[in-house]
Ligand binder design. Sequence first.
Ligand code: FES
Ligand SMILES: [Fe+2]
Length: 331
Amino acid sequence: MSPKTAYESEPLEKLPSDERVFPIAWYPVAWSKELRNKPIKRRLAGRDIVLYRNGRGQVRCLEAYCAHRGADLSLGKCINGRLQCAYHGWEFSDSGRCERIPAHPGRPIPDFAKVKSYPVEEKVQLIWVYPREIPAQELPDLQVFPELDDPRFVLAAYDEEWQAHLTRVVESVLDVAHLAFVHRKTIGRKVSPEIKEMDFDVKSPDVISIRNGSGYLEYWFPQQWILRTSKTTGPQFVNYVVFSPIDFSHTKIFGFAGRTFARRIPGISRIFSYYSRRILREDQGIVESQHPRPIPEALRMEAHVPADGPQIRFRQRWFDFLTGDEPRLIL
Ligand code: FES
Ligand SMILES: [Fe+2]
């Protein structure tokens, strides 16, 4: 038999396709108010996770399936400050270690009786997870835009889930030329389809700012975006969204419409939430229709015009991520 060529001896590499690779970052997975006494299950970047409150009411996040027989830990409950599996009662501490096996109370607990534990934080009404086991001293700070922490702003919350890849969702909020078409009944009503000049700025590879009429957009790679009015005095309004990859074909969107005016008028927040959701739904059908599902793996694979400038900067940053050595989540 003739020696194998390199090609034959190395069958097609099982590299993850680009659509299955995501940056590691703080991602929100639930509203704080959704998590009370009962644990809840969520999915982040293809990983099922369980959120619960420990004995002190702090949120904790473990991988969702029990180390014993794989039962869903969100069916369990918090007891003795630990998450107890509903099947045979094993109790897991905040760190994911099993600390009690009721069938064998006197015996040492084997090392393999543990599940993954992920950093989790509550901030601006949301529960955020950092989807990687990491020592506390290496954990990056969870940063959000200052308006969200500013007590002058009342935040009207909303959320949506799209059947779309994170990259397509991000691009939809960096896109100015779609306003006059997709949002012609709402925010694009008075917007001209012509983009005379694309006014945007890349302050660092992770920050893209776009000036658009009286609006000023800012995006932080990979997941956060805000729209501000360019006025710096008087009543202020912002709209904020943050994206979490549920898996490679679903993205969760959490948002706030924030305002410093009409703070106490009943029902106004509900109207802002409703309107923000309506605008997102105008985008949804278009973004869910896009093919290929993630942005293609090279710039030349779709047509670009000057109005797409901010998206091109995003693509460059995304391709740097895909081809560089930044830590990543692989589904
Ligand atoms: S499956 Fe969880 S304790 Fe047995
Ligand atoms: Fe849009």
